[in-house]
Design a protein around this ligand. Sequence first.
Ligand SMILES: [Cu+2]
Length: 475
Amino acid sequence: MDVSRRNFVRASSLVLAGAGIVSGRSAFAAVPEAPTTRSPKTQAPLVPKSGPDYQPVATLNGWTLPWRMNGDWKEFHLVAEPVVREIAPGMNAYLWGYNGQSPGPTIEAVEGDKVRIYVTNKLPENTAVHWHGQRLPNGMDGVGGLNQPHIPPGKTFVYEFLLRRSGTYMYHPHSDEMVQMAMGMMGFFVVHPKDPAFRRVDRDFVFLLNAFDIEPGSYVPKVNTMLDFNMWCWNSRAFPGIDPFVVGKNDKVRIRFGNLTMTNHPIHMHGYEFKVSCTDGGWVDPAAAWDEVSIDCAVGQMRAFDFVADELGDWAIHCHKSHHTMNAMGHSVKTYIGVDKKDLAKRIQKIAPGYMPMGSNGMGEMGSMEMPLPDNTLPMMTGFAQFGPVEMGGMFSVVKVREGLAKNDYKDPGWFKHPEGTVAYEYKGKLAAVTPSAPPEAQSAEWRVKDPRKPAHGPDGNPLPAPKGGAHSNH
Ligand SMILES: [Cu+2]
């Protein structure tokens, strides 16, 4: 595990303590260590070395927070702090998070555990942590001012509660909440069932949906944005920076996510139908679950769905709002479909070398462009796979189903090797002439430019002819 330690308590004490070998509490520092990581890679799930058995979750481009046992308390230490997060190769964001990353590490424990969570505030302002979805004493609910004093910079607060229900939860600030969530502060919280067999799966993936508004060429999110975000992320990563969901053939798979953006996200997976198995309100009775291929996740909600991975392949998984599978710069671009801009491009290139016209034939061409971009900016549509540019960004990844994977092998297996005769192919025979359905003027737009200071005359000095019926003109 790619994790460094902030203080002198060694990783091994986690294991020893859990196994009950260390008995004297004086062996512990007063406050448990706060491990930290700089890596944005998906780290190996943290298999429990003691206590009830469970299948640990894989946090997409993230990790699980190690803990120690102190008597019968499971102790964790979160540090709220500024972090640098790689959104995808080529772009870093200056965010706020926990223990070196945004989102913070996943907290995993078991139904019936007593958890003690230390929270140290290394931010320049107050914070507080709310444990979204948990049943707990009111004073542990983490709403600054309402349930507890805010945690001032430099101070450490302690939260203690019993995990009464297994399920899918998250944590996030409830203190200057808009700013702190816009800066990336959030984390997943999974409570495993006490009965190791209950709703058990072979692979269990978790991630949070989050969004940022980061101007191309800059590093810090604009925190007052309400709707017009330009980076649509899973665990503060955007395609092609989001790791694949690697699963073995016939594995029982669970994918869980929570939405801490300002809009809803219909999450769509190709190749399978699935059943919603859990929300932040609890487990869905199997008799009440129906088949879906997309599930909408509203703001502040969490959803988990289950399926059996019996179809091999590279299956896309993405938000179905098409603007959410795009990176910055995609939203304010004018529509130029049907406009031939070659001549215009040549003229602009005289004053702005490197200028590229966008989208005469749609914007798919953007996916393969090597266009000069401001520093620290991701292309709007990008990513390559075995058949060419994928023309995506934002909330997009791939479920890679392969034969013969070892139990906890999450390594990217590369692209799917399609059996012969199972890939869409070009028809090379003769085709009858295809008559276009649309009239000619709808197939290529005609633009006329009028100088408002002059009468509408053509370059020859004669009045411009009336536009042909239906043709677009800005006269
Ligand atoms: Cu979306």
